[in-house]
Design a protein around this ligand. Structure first.
Ligand code: GLA
Length: 371
């Protein structure tokens, strides 16, 4: 059993003076490539990370405890602006789909860094959904649980996010990336053999935290929808590079990112299948440039990290997740990570940025139930 799962069980026992019925846990994710494509019906390639949120669950009056925030909350009928919004949203979404959810109690414990673009919120939602599914014997397929969690995030929490994070958290497999077609919702594992390639998935959390709702995320979505309207297509997934001639200004830039990024994801998958990490890395750098210049969601901190990673010999680097702060990733030889961390720290300090935090993640398993 993982440490987070043990902590959730322990917290449950301390709070409620009995053993839970079961525990489920779900990971955060990094997106390797395919950014801001999910809500355009496009392709993404995330992998789950070895940081998780666990929920120990059992019968009782509806009380939720968070071992990390050390507080108890009730399940709520509407958003209150706390961590409890995510489990409340999932219960709300289940009820909306006609499932009967009786009262229950639960304790959360997690180690996914918060508000840094590693999908801690999707991990809470996925752990809640899977724990309830098992506890109440609904037997909802994981893909449908992911859609349900996205609905909770969109309609209850009020963040207009795509399907990537919830899908990644529920469906990823250890040692694999997951190619998701966000239109058909088909997902295919792609081997991500970093150890064999002698590469580390190195992550820089710039400590510029943000709530998606308060960023330009929704504005980016609207610009994409507007571009699709001008082109007379359903979603930018259907746009070809030559269609871009019919756009201008903001719509042109946003659409150019989406069209080229979708192509990069498919090329990146081919590169992975050939174990060609040089090509894969080049596509990561190209993705970052496109996010910086055309999608305009990068920050000086993220750009600095990517630049220094490139100078330190990383095969690829880019911002990951929505941007506007949060994290960047690099694929780099294990022996080069320390030097990279050192130069990034020095550079950030000299430029008056916050001190960053670094992680090394392994491509990990998606959501699981532990009985
Ligand atoms: C956030 C959203 C995802 C996706 C990314 C950008 O992580 O939750 O759905 O849109 O941003 O790729």
């Amino acid at each position: 059993m993982r440490q987070t799962e043990q902590r959730a069980i322990q917290a449950y026992q301390e709070q409620f003076r009995e053993k839970p019925a079961l525990v489920a846990s779900a990971p955060g994710r990094v997106n390797l490539i395919g950014e801001h494509t999910d809500y355009n019906g496009g392709f993404v390639l995330p992998c789950a990370i070895d940081r998780r949120v666990a929920l120990a669950i059992g019968h009782g009056d509806t009380q939720l405890y968070s071992a990390d925030f050390q507080e108890r909350r009730q399940l709520l009928g509407k958003r209150e602006g706390s961590w409890a919004d995510y489990p409340s949203g999932v219960v709300w979404a289940m009820k909306e789909q006609g499932y009967e959810v009786p009262t229950f109690r639960g304790a959360f414990a997690g180690d996914v860094p918060l508000a840094g673009g590693l999908s801690s919120s999707a991990a809470i939602e996925a752990a809640t959904a899977l724990a309830l599914d098992e506890f109440l014997q609904f037997r909802i397929p994981k893909k449908d649980l992911a859609v349900l969690c996205q609905h909770a995030e969109n309609a209850f929490v009020g963040v207009n996010s795509g399907i990537m994070d919830q899908y990644a958290s529920l469906l990823c497999q250890a040692g694999m990336a997951l190619l998701i077609d966000c239109r058909s919702l088909e997902a295919e594992p792609v081997p991500l053999n970093l150890t064999e390639a002698r590469l580390t998935l190195f992550v820089c959390d710039t400590q510029v935290s943000r709530e998606l709702g308060a960023t330009g995320y929704n504005a980016r979505r609207q610009a994409c929808e507007q571009a699709a309207r001008i082109l007379g297509i359903k979603e930018l997934r259907d746009a070809q590079i030559q269609d871009l001639d019919r756009l201008s200004g903001e719509e042109l830039k946003r659409a150019r990112h989406v069209v080229t990024e979708n192509a990069r994801v498919l090329e990146a998958v081919e590169a992975l299948r050939r174990h060609d990490f040089v090509e894969f890395g080049q596509l990561m750098y190209a993705s970052h440039r496109s996010l910086r210049n055309d999608y305009e969601v990068s920050t000086p901190e993220l750009d600095t990290f990517v630049e220094l990673a490139s100078q330190s010999g990383a095969v690829g680097a880019r911002l990951t997740g929505a941007g506007f702060g949060g994290c960047a990733i690099a694929l780099i030889k294990p022996e080069d990570t320390e030097a990279l961390a050192h130069t990034v720290q020095q550079n950030f300090e000299a430029r008056g940025f916050k001190q960053p935090v670094f992680y090394t993640f392994k491509p990990a398993a998606g959501a699981e139930v532990v009985k």
